[in-house]
Design a binder for this molecule. Structure first.
Ligand code: ZN
Length: 384
């Protein structure tokens, strides 16, 4: 058993604002830095953390994208007319179970949720996370964390992302006892809580942070008992921005004479409107329809897309992307029919978007954005 243990603990949505307001684990993890969020959502950040590549390269931005020719759901076209009344089929719990059935039918091993994507649009949509990103060759040609670890002759442990935070911490402690030298612990429950309680430091959040602290302390204790030296690096993907306002961009677009799938294609994420122009008049009509919302958000320039690592000459993510100002959510969207108290997916430079890196050891100066986490993990793995 090697003496050194290297742990990367991922805490979804642990933002710099929350960490600095609460002095979270300041004593245990005194080396700390604000990290620029990867533009997009967790579904964008996770493949970025696991590969060091940005969306322009790995192709994950929103979960859905308008791509009729690539849609795996073409055969589901007959379902839409049967899904009535819509109020029943759009209920969260019903959609959750339908998502499980569809994932099973299609053999999807990645995270799959229908959210509120309308059934009639589904046959025109592709879904980016069909494969388990954490699995061996889970990102195809792109090397992911497990590919890298499997090439090295070191015992490692990567959490099962399907499991609860508690199960993942329990499994990590066992892995340390059994001799793992590198661990990637995945936890996502804080994100769900912050979507509900983002504004004040609610008791629920305070308790969850204390719980994380206890779990980390327990890992240090296990390492100490095994006579092993632990370097722990806590990383996150983004923060959480409290809701300030909602806008109904979808109705405004659907009020135009344009036909979805013929004149244009679109995805309405909670904070992004991604549109593909199909007919010659579509771009002008859509940009006019969006004009009244231009004080609430803006169309991304090519320079911004390049800066955020999401520019693709093939326009995989849409011909144009409209980003909402921090705090303003698109409601209804393909993600939900109601707003959430907190949301992420706004401009990375906004204070509430910032992610973190916290460690009990020095953090190299070149680590400043989410895509850099993989480089750091790689450095540490190769040094083990
Ligand atoms: Zn979230």
């Amino acid at each position: 058993m090697k003496e050194n243990v290297e742990i990367f603990l991922f805490v979804d949505a642990l933002g710099w604002e929350l960490v600095s307001k609460t002095n979270f684990m300041e004593k245990e993890l005194p080396y700390r830095r604000k990290i620029e969020m990867q533009f997009g959502y967790s579904s964008t950040a996770i493949p970025t953390i696991l590969s060091g590549r940005r969306p322009a390269e790995h192709g994950h931005l929103g979960l859905f994208r308008f791509a009729p020719e690539k849609s795996p759901f073409k055969r589901l076209g007959w379902l839409a007319p049967l899904m009535k009344p819509a109020s029943l089929w759009n209920r969260g719990r019903v959609r959750h179970w339908l998502s499980k059935i569809i994932a099973r039918l299609y053999g999807f091993t990645g995270y799959f949720q229908l959210y509120q994507m309308p059934f009639k649009k589904l046959p025109l949509m592709d879904y980016c996370e069909k494969q388990d990103l954490f699995a061996l060759h889970g990102m195809g040609e792109i090397e992911n964390l497990r590919d890298l670890l499997s090439r090295q002759n070191i015992p490692f442990h990567i959490s099962n992302w399907h499991e609860s935070d508690q199960t993942n911490f329990d499994a990590a402690r066992r892995a340390v006892q059994e001799g793992a030298s590198f661990l990637f612990i995945y936890t996502a429950e804080l994100d769900g809580l912050l979507h509900q309680y983002p504004v004040l430091l609610h008791d629920v959040i305070r308790k969850k942070l204390e719980w994380y602290q206890e779990q980390v302390e327990a890992i240090f204790k296990v390492c100490c008992e095994c006579g092993r030296k632990l370097r722990l690096t806590l990383i996150s993907d983004h923060g959480m921005t409290p809701l300030t306002q909602t806008i109904d961009l979808k109705t405004a677009i659907e009020k135009t004479p344009l036909v979805f799938g013929k004149d244009y294609g679109a995805c309405y994420d909670s904070t992004l409107f991604r549109v593909t122009f199909l007919s010659p008049t579509a771009e002008g009509v859509i940009r006019d329809a969006v004009k009244p919302f231009e004080t609430k958000g803006h169309w991304l320039s090519v320079e911004e897309e390049k800066h955020y690592g999401i520019y693709r000459p093939d326009r995989l993510f849409g011909d144009a992307i409209f980003l909402m100002n921090p705090g303003i959510q698109i409601v209804p969207s393909d993600m939900g029919s109601r707003p959430l108290n907190g949301m992420h997916g706004f401009a990375p430079e906004d204070k509430d978007s910032q992610a973190v890196i916290l460690s009990n050891d020095e953090i190299p100066p070149e680590i400043h954005c989410v895509a850099d986490f993989f480089c750091l993990m790689k450095q540490r793995i190769l040094a083990l």
